[in-house]
Design a protein around this ligand. Structure first.
Ligand SMILES: Cc1cc2nc3c(=O)[nH]c(=O)nc-3n(C[C@H](O)[C@H](O)[C@H](O)COP(=O)(O)O)c2cc1C
Length: 204
């Protein structure tokens, strides 16, 4: 898919085309850091929102994967089943995609180990923070131990970070897709229907 290219309304005459746009946009967002949808806004039931990096999208299972610190406030909020909302926006394409589903925090298992192993040393360094994200401190700080600040940490230095690493998996059960266009906006919604999606047009 070409990034930063406006999408025209004629590209979206059918619900199938929109479903395909959602699938392709999320695949691109998860794999390309230059995608404008790479960093969705993630909302939790406590009305809090924050940006996170989309790390994976399993189109077959309808599951999104994100990485976070197991000690963070959102992890306590989500636990093993809170509702999670995600907002994706591509300003050039003028498309907004909203996703809703069941969130689940994973700290152990093959999926977590694979994601940890695939993360760069710099990405894994974040999880060396001494205190939990959001902890009050007396002075400005990165939270990292001084010996790893500004450097690429060794595998040995990264060992204690693993226990702070968690996956946020979101099993999406609804999408809301919106295109802004001069000649008429378009909006469609999809709900999970078995292994596929059931779509309807709605007024923008
Ligand atoms: C562009 C961007 C990307 C971010 N990516 C992540 C991420 O992938 N995971 C994460 O936990 N926090 C990420 N953050 C930080 C969060 O927005 C948030 O500040 C932090 O996770 C603490 O949130 P909480 O207190 O709600 O748990 C990112 C922030 C920005 C600005």
């Amino acid at each position: 898919m070409t990034l930063h290219k406006p999408k025209a309304r004629f590209m979206f005459e059918t619900l199938d085309q929109i479903e395909e746009d959602i699938r392709k946009s999320l695949a691109e967002a998860a794999s390309n850091r230059r995608s404008p949808m790479h960093t969705p806004v993630v909302g939790t039931p406590d009305a809090d929102v924050r940006m996170m990096v989309l790390r994976g999208w399993d189109a077959r299972a309808g599951t999104l994967r994100l990485h976070t610190d197991a000690r963070s406030a959102k992890v306590a909020q989500i636990g093993d089943g809170a509702r999670v909302g995600l907002l994706f926006h591509d300003p050039d394409a003028r498309i907004q995609i909203r996703a809703k589903g069941q969130g689940r925090i994973l700290t152990d298992g093959a999926q977590v180990e694979a994601a940890w192993a695939a993360s760069s040393e710099y990405a894994r360094r974040c999880y060396l923070a001494v205190a939990a994200p959001g902890s009050a401190v007396d002075a400005p700080t990165s939270g990292l131990p001084p010996q790893v600040e500004g450097i690429r940490p060794s595998e040995e230095q990264l060992l204690p970070a693993r226990e702070n690493f968690a996956l946020l998996m979101v099993e999406v059960d609804a999408f809301d897709w919106l295109l802004l266009a001069h000649d008429g906006h378009r909006r469609a919604q999809f709900v999970r229907d078995g292994a596929g999606w059931q779509g309807v047009w709605v007024v923008p």
